[in-house]
Write a protein that binds this ligand. Structure first.
Ligand SMILES: *Cc1c(COP(=O)(O)O)cnc(C)c1O
Length: 760
């Protein structure tokens, strides 16, 4: 901050009553006495909230050498003879007046960036793209609040040529104040997400409020998703087309479109635009979570170290595995060493088990970390990537990426469709359909899920070890595992008299009573389960044995997704209904009745009973075309190119010489094979992968650990990403190529591959 204001001009700007006098010049401002670094020339704003508790902050600031203060009129403060006090009605208002005045001293363009998500990302993107051609002033960190915007504007100086100012609001009415301060020449709208909506009556109101910022702009740039507002916006705007870029998730195409259009507006050539967008940093977009050595889980968030992002990451760390040890690692560069105290204070308030500052030139002591959730944060300039990579468990360069936000979205979607009182039992058997139950279940628990379903007892034990405290139903328990089940408070599904007898015996040995069990009935699928006619006998046993208590009565549909089998399904439902009625009439146990899986829940909503068992759709997959657009796919599967070769016409590729190059071609070798779940039946063109969005068919046979693909029509290099499942090749399409269903693809993804969890 390089201001140059005299006491007199400040008095005029603030319309303040002044106590004291000085000829010194005000060069910068503070509002937090803990952040004071250079007292000379500093003006301290005693903001309410920051200085309410008496005047200790004013005093502390004075002790640190501050001599200029803006205080509220009614503050009773002991005036020091060598200090100057501006007494104002509204301290924040005074700060904003100064910002507004300061902004008016410059005639270069000021661009306001708003949107409920993506502001900081966009600001960093634009900086990345234009900072070699323009001298840019940009909001520091994520400063976009009523105070933050003022501070950002005070950063403006005469040698700059353009300014980007973030604007964010949390309450109605705030945007007008921001506009008055920023007086933007141009506006940029990033995106409209789910964040920050709590305080707004509805989305419409929120949107209208945002446009207030752009009311007097020469031109506002808005994403294509708002095209339908074309005639309703009271501003001058340009709708920007979507811009797809394979390096970014789909959700970013709108923001990238705005970036592209804006760069074109700044007279960048199309070629330059493409180049710059291709080199954008992607790290800002999300926190990466992956498995580390020694059983650690690593959260890699090394893109920036601003305090907001840090506290978000700390919250996330706590959620991720509440029972695990938490370690925080901060890569602090010399340049930022003054921030140490503040960072330390914030981290302490989260009470981690350990935290480490890693000074420049020093390494992360990964060897000392065991079974912990390690959060690594650093400034971008610290280039900490390599250090983080050392902590990664060296597995396979082929990864399965699981999008947690998608899973949350899908659960919410079901919640919104189901009657309020219907519970969701999340099916996390087979390690959450291959996506990693130890990560997915805690995440779901945090999102409010209280019931979980697994196939076998050891899967249930795994959940308990991962901190699941809710109800865990074991669907196909092995009689030998009764002790394991009781020890971990799992709830077995009981499907036969032998098993019931055996389980009750185990309970008697352990002197346990009223243990929750689920009774499983076979209503027509002919898998595990009591016959409907067994209901009287089952009930008689259960009623006479105080060791057990009925927690659930359930069955399973054989063809829930098939409209041609409605009659059959209705028959199953009717049989189940008579079983449930019978139990309701003859037991005082208040149990949960449940029969519907993902597909059934939407097709037979009247049969939800007390709970549904949500599996495949939670992960984003369905056979139901009408439902499909409402769900988000959660699983992607990526690898990267190990080697590239030119194969002359007539040469063979792979085992068995099954493929002969019909002409000169270029192939890539990709380290994924049938041992990973990329089946051998995908050999020789039956299967494909996508590289840079282009389909590359498999040539030759699929090997155990490798495939060869034809990349003759792509420009690619070693290490380029290979999509096996993702936006170009959705799960369902891949499953079809393997002549199977998403369930089998998901659960067939081998354990040797890294699971990477992302949250957008
Ligand atoms: C796997 C399973 C489910 C979940 O089925 P989806 O089709 O994946 O929703 C429900 N109930 C039982 C008994 C299951 O085994």
């Amino acid at each position: 901050m390089k201001l140059h204001y005299s006491i007199d001009s400040c008095a005029e700007i603030f319309e303040a009553e002044v106590v004291g006098s000085s000829l010194d010049i005000i060069t910068h401002v503070y509002f937090d006495s803990r952040k004071i670094q250079q007292a000379k020339g500093a003006l301290f704003f005693a903001l309410p909230g920051h200085s309410r508790s008496g005047n200790e902050f004013i005093e502390s600031a004075y002790k640190q050498g501050i001599r200029f203060f803006v205080i509220a009129k009614n503050t009773s403060v002991k005036f020091q003879a060598d200090a100057v006090y501006f007494k104002v009605q509204d301290v924040l208002g005074a700060l904003q007046q100064l910002a507004k005045y300061h902004r008016r001293q410059f005639s270069y363009p000021v661009v306001a960036i708003t949107g409920s998500v993506g502001k900081t990302t966009f600001k960093e993107w634009i900086f990345h793209c234009i900072s070699d051609k323009f001298k840019v002033v940009r909001s520091p960190k994520s400063f976009n609040s009523q105070i933050g915007v003022a501070l950002s504007l005070l950063e403006m100086h005469e040698s700059a040529s353009i300014a980007f100012i973030e604007a964010g609001i949390s309450k109605s009415g705030e945007m007008k104040i921001l506009r008055d301060m920023i007086q933007p020449d141009y506006g940029i709208f990033t995106a409209f997400g789910k964040a920050h909506r709590e305080n707004f009556a509805n989305n419409e109101e929120h949107l209208l409020e945002k446009w207030v910022l752009f009311r007097e702009c020469r031109l506002a740039f808005i994403p294509h998703t708002f095209a339908d507002l074309e005639n309703r916006l009271p501003i001058n705007f340009q709708v920007c087309e979507a811009y797809e870029n394979h390096r970014f998730p789909k959700g970013y195409s709108g923001m990238l479109g705005v970036l592209k259009t804006f760069l074109a507006y700044l007279q960048f050539e199309p070629e330059e635009i493409r180049e710059r967008i291709d080199s954008l940093p992607t790290l800002a977009l999300r926190m990466e979570v992956f498995e580390g050595i020694n059983g650690n889980t690593i959260i890699n968030d090394t893109y920036n170290l601003d305090l907001d992002a840090l506290s978000e990451a700390l919250i996330y760390q706590r959620q991720l595995a509440p029972e695990k040890k938490r370690i925080v690692v901060i890569g602090l560069s010399e340049k930022h060493s003054h921030e140490r105290l503040e960072i330390e204070r914030l981290i302490s308030s989260f009470d981690p088990d350990e935290f480490h500052f890693i000074p420049e030139g020093k390494s992360i002591p990964w060897e000392n970390f065991h079974q912990a959730v390690v959060l690594v944060k650093a400034h971008r300039d610290r280039a900490f990537e390599y250090e983080v990579a050392r902590g990664k468990a060296l597995k396979h360069r082929t990864i399965v990426e699981i999008n947690l936000s998608a899973i949350k979205h899908n659960v919410s979607f079901y919640q919104s469709r189901l009657p309020k009182e219907v519970k969701i039992l999340a099916m996390v058997k087979a390690s959450s359909y291959g996506s990693g139950a130890e990560k997915i279940a805690p995440y779901l628990q945090h999102a409010g899920i209280t019931h979980f379903g697994v196939a076998f007892a050891d899967e249930g034990v795994e959940l308990r070890n991962a901190g699941i405290t809710g109800s865990i139903v074991v669907m196909n328990p092995d009689p030998e595992h009764s002790d394991l089940i009781i020890e971990h408070q799992l709830e077995p599904a009981i499907y036969s008299f032998e098993q019931l007898d055996e389980f009750i015996t185990a309970l008697i040995h352990r002197k346990t009573s009223a243990y929750p069990i689920h009774l499983k009935f076979d209503t027509g699928m002919h898998r595990l389960g009591f016959a409907p006619a067994d209901k009287e006998r089952v009930l008689a046993i259960v009623n006479s044995q105080p060791e057990v208590r009925i927690q659930g009565v359930y069955s399973h549909l054989a063809d829930a997704d098939n409209p041609n089998q409605n009659t059959f399904t209705q028959k199953q439902l009717a049989i189940f209904d008579s079983i449930v009625s019978y139990f309701r009439a003859h037991t005082s146990d208040s149990f949960l009745a449940h029969i519907l899986n993902s597909e059934g829940s939407l097709r037979y909503p009247e049969s939800c009973y007390d709970m549904i068992r949500l599996g495949i759709s939670m992960y984003g997959y369905t056979e139901n075309k009408a439902l499909k657009p409402s769900l988000q796919a959660s699983v992607s599967w990526y690898s990267s190119i190990s080697q590239i070769k030119n194969v002359p016409k007539g040469d063979f590729i792979g085992y068995g010489c099954s493929y002969e190059a019909p002409e000169d071609m270029t192939i890539a070798i990709v380290p994924v094979g049938y041992a990973d779940g990329f089946r051998r039946s995908l050999s020789n063109g039956k299967g494909s992968v996508f590289i840079h969005g282009i389909k590359c068919p498999v040539v030759g046979r699929v090997c155990m650990d490798m495939i060869m693909v034809d990349i003759s029509s792509v420009t690619a290099k070693v290490n380029d990403q290979v999509e096996i499942i993702g936006v170009n090749q959705p799960m369902e399409v891949f499953a079809k190529a393997m002549e199977t269903i998403p369930y089998e693809v998901m659960t067939g993804l081998s354990r040797r591959m890294h699971r990477v969890y992302v949250e957008e």
